[in-house]
Design a binder for this molecule. Sequence first.
Ligand SMILES: Cc1ncc(COP(=O)(O)O)c(C=O)c1O
Length: 396
Amino acid sequence: MSIDVEAVRRQTRGVLGVTHLNNAGSSLAPGPVVDTVVGHLRREEEIGGYEAAEEAADRLEGVYSSVARLIGAAPDEIALAESGSRAWAMAVYSFPFVPGTRLLIGRTEYAGNVIALRQLARRNGLQIVVLDDDPHGQLDVEHLQRELDRGDVALVALTHVPMANGLVNPAAEVGRRCRAAGVMFVLDACQSVGQMPLDVQSLGCDVLAGTGRKFLRGPRGTAFLYVRASVLERLEPAMLDGHSAVPAGAGGLEVRGDARRFESWESSAAGRLGLGRAVDYALALGLDAVQERVAGLAEQLRAELAAVPAVTVHDRGITRCGIVTFSVKGNDARNVRTRLAEHRINVSVAPAPSAPADSAPTGTRHGPDLVVRASVHYYNTETEIQRLVSVLPGTS
Ligand SMILES: Cc1ncc(COP(=O)(O)O)c(C=O)c1O
């Protein structure tokens, strides 16, 4: 079944005012998601926060089942969190690191994850090994294999869809090799979830983190963590509270057995319900159909951009996704973004795909390494894409 673009646009109020091509930043949420969030906030206003949560208890529980269904997991392997980074870190900081072991990461690992790994490496006496890209710009699985064969690997961390180079890393192949080597595989799916089908069994990951606001179209401040049941026991959370553990015996404690051991007690019930609604919305559309539409629109955008002499498209990889990166000769990426914003077209800027894995995170980047990032979603139209290309500097 293909996406009914008119129908999804009718449910997306934002498309009336902007051409939103910043879905890798934060999508326009559909009406049903916003209604769910606002509806719960109203109930909190009317009857009280705890009472509203009690009233919505079944629906809140249902969020875990929805997320589990989205990625082929069991509900007790799911934790909810306030950001993808925090979800990822809750699992990774809990790993029982042995000094002298090595962390294998890709060149396009998310910069925030790299910072966390550097701290862990410093604290625990670990070495970070940045794996090469293959000639297509994706993680070189042969290099991964050589490092796995050398041994002493604590974990492999991979960003499934890097924030800015258009490709999808070969996660299932990485998972297969990690499993064969008995090494834990941590997958950052923040940019892939919501724009393509994900299945933790075929991906072979032990940990997966996803965020709500990007291609899933959920509310800001929402995210989820998957931890495979068989590794849960090995990961005692770096932080505990009265939700994740209970006192036991004299001075002891018992950590809960499911993935909610990584959660904190307090959370936004409205946000969680909105996340669940966004997941259900994506599932109802079908992630295969979503991927087909998103990849098709992105290919159209790349083709139209490539036809403009002043434009260079930087995307790499064999399998591509909804993220398109480009630069316009003689124009700083930030100026291009400003110009597009004047036409009510939202894009973002990002480090060039050639930037190393440990490049500076958002906010501290410098001009020459920046590219424009336009990220499409299924609710965008062919006409919107043509508009973007037609108003670029040098084309009008
Ligand atoms: C690849 C990738 N991983 C992780 C994150 C972090 O997600 P969050 O901002 O929800 O912590 C981002 C955010 O841009 C991202 O692009």
